[in-house]
Design a protein around this ligand. Sequence first.
Ligand SMILES: [Zn+2]
Length: 371
Amino acid sequence: MVIRLWGGDPASVAEKRSKDGKDQENIHHPYAWFASTLVSLLALTLGHTGDHIFGLLPLMASIANGAGGTIEDIEDPRAQRQGDVDVDPLEIYGPLGTRAYVRAGLTYTYTLLGAPYVVHELRFPTDPPDGDHTELPRHTSELPSGRNIPQVGGVWKDIFKDDLVSVSAAPILHSVPCVGYVIQEAPIPGKMEPRNYIPNIKRTKTPMSVMSRLQQGESVELSDGTVLHGPPRRPGRKIVILGDTYDPSVAADIACSPDLLVHEATNAHLPGIDPTTKPTDTFESVEARAKSRGHSTPQMAAAFATQIGARRLVLNHFSPKYPGNDDVNAEARTTMEAIADLARKQFTGEIICARDLMTIEVNLPQQNTNP
Ligand SMILES: [Zn+2]
């Protein structure tokens, strides 16, 4: 399975898709993610700040073939209700207000979509538990099955689950309600070592098809009484994507031991590199300022990565004052390396500074084969 992450400004992602005609991945901002190779799930980290939500509608229009309708008397098939259309809906998860935002945006721009969508809202304890939070009637493409998901034990567990992945979420502290997501791949078949099985299978003239049962972790008894045990299943990969935050500790339990943590690092103290550094600035004053705006420094992100036992850390959501095109710009490269160096003080694993449209592969941890 491929786990793909998408993020950044969704409008630029949509534009990239339409230009290339194929999917691109990007995790500069913790805006959104898609699990599996199909675009079917989209999770919003914040409901109320523009840098994380403005591009949602163009992205939806790009994915679902939206358009502004047809001239009079010509019926646009997209204007029909799509509740019974045999197409997987685009599923959107976000805090209270996400449904109203999407509905209003589509309605007031007369946008029709070629596929249905549904919005599930993660309700905080202070939110109303029910209702759509908008007076507008449901959009023609919106399915009525959107859930209002309450917290249980302070988190939203398994807001989505299928055979491949499960997704949970937790509130994280920021200046507005904000959410972090945990994507857990289901356990996967263990690694087969054919030489452990083939001689016994051949000797007892057992059909080779038992290999597929063994691969699934089953035990198989051969005609002479020998029992072969398939390799035990291995844990799947785990990815944690946090939204803007100065304290994500509520997410620590469900986020433990991820293969990849995406954590913002908006502000950094970079004397000699960042020309806007004031003579009075210190690591402490920069951290205090970042926290007062609901954000983190590289050291704070790295400390959380260490706390939850992350294998790799991706820093993102850098202040716009830092040049971000470090693949082509030496000044940007110096800045991003300095930001990674600050994180290295608190985290010994691999550190990556994200950039728009960057692709990061999350491989399975190396494991020994079954003896
Ligand atoms: Zn932001």
